[in-house]
Design a protein around this ligand. Structure first.
Ligand code: 5GP
Ligand code: ZN
Length: 109
């Protein structure tokens, strides 16, 4: 938990979100500014700033996030979907708590 991290606050329930899924390791909620008809974020509860900080110790967590993307995309009725993880400021990352974007259903106009 990082005191000034927006995704830690969402995980702690102190900032509201449109929650899709939660377990002991991750939370999943809809993006506040969706770029597709369906756009949700898979977020570990642990505060990890960027994918570059991950080690082999995070291997199963990262795999779990990918498999969860497939499961939740299917539950949302998506036949196909895209995943994205922005890494570092130069990679387009704005929130420095790792998250996997899942997009489906076409771009929002
Ligand atoms: P990044 O550019 O870091 O990969 O993406 C951060 C994403 O988090 C953006 O798509 C942005 O819309 C989303 N986001 C930022 N703040 C909030 C928030 O308070 N609630 C939700 N649900 N999404 C947020
Ligand atoms: Zn955090």
């Amino acid at each position: 938990m990082s005191a000034d991290c927006i995704f830690c606050k969402i995980a702690a329930g102190t900032i509201p979100s449109k929650m899709l899924y939660e377990d002991e390791d991750v939370i999943v909620f809809h993006d506040i500014r969706p770029l597709a008809k369906t756009h949700f974020l898979i977020v570990p509860k642990a505060h990890i700033e960027t994918l570059k900080d991950c080690t082999v110790a995070h291997q199963s967590l990262l795999g779990k996030m990918m498999l969860l993307a497939a499961k939740l995309a299917a539950e949302q009725g998506l036949v196909g979907y895209k995943t994205m993880m922005n890494v570092g400021r130069e990679g387009g990352q704005e929130v420095f708590h790792i998250h996997l974007h899942v997009f489906g259903g076409g771009a929002v106009a």
